[in-house]
Design a protein. Structure first.
Length: 81
């Protein structure tokens, strides 16, 4: 996959996936203040996998991606504690 950093309103970090053609998506992180004094770290992926890449995403990439994002959240929580 080829990622390109982009500016996105409200995001602290954002990328667009520009290759392969069968998987075009945006991926970003936002930080929002919470009413109780904390902060909410939000991760979003928006896009679609087409054709054969749909199965590649679902079976091979998405599980690793989810584990990686959980690890990022855990490290952020540890760093802010």
């Amino acid at each position: 996959m080829l990622w390109r950093p982009v500016e996105r309103d409200g995001a602290v970090l954002a990328y667009d996936i520009v290759e392969p053609d069968t998987f075009r998506a945006s991926h970003w992180f936002e930080v929002a203040p919470e009413s109780e004094g904390g902060a909410l770290l939000r991760h979003t992926v928006a896009g679609e996998a087409l054709g054969e890449f749909e199965q590649v995403w679902r079976d091979r990439i998405e599980p690793l991606h989810n584990a990686y994002i959980e690890a990022v959240f855990d490290r952020a929580e540890e760093a802010l504690a």
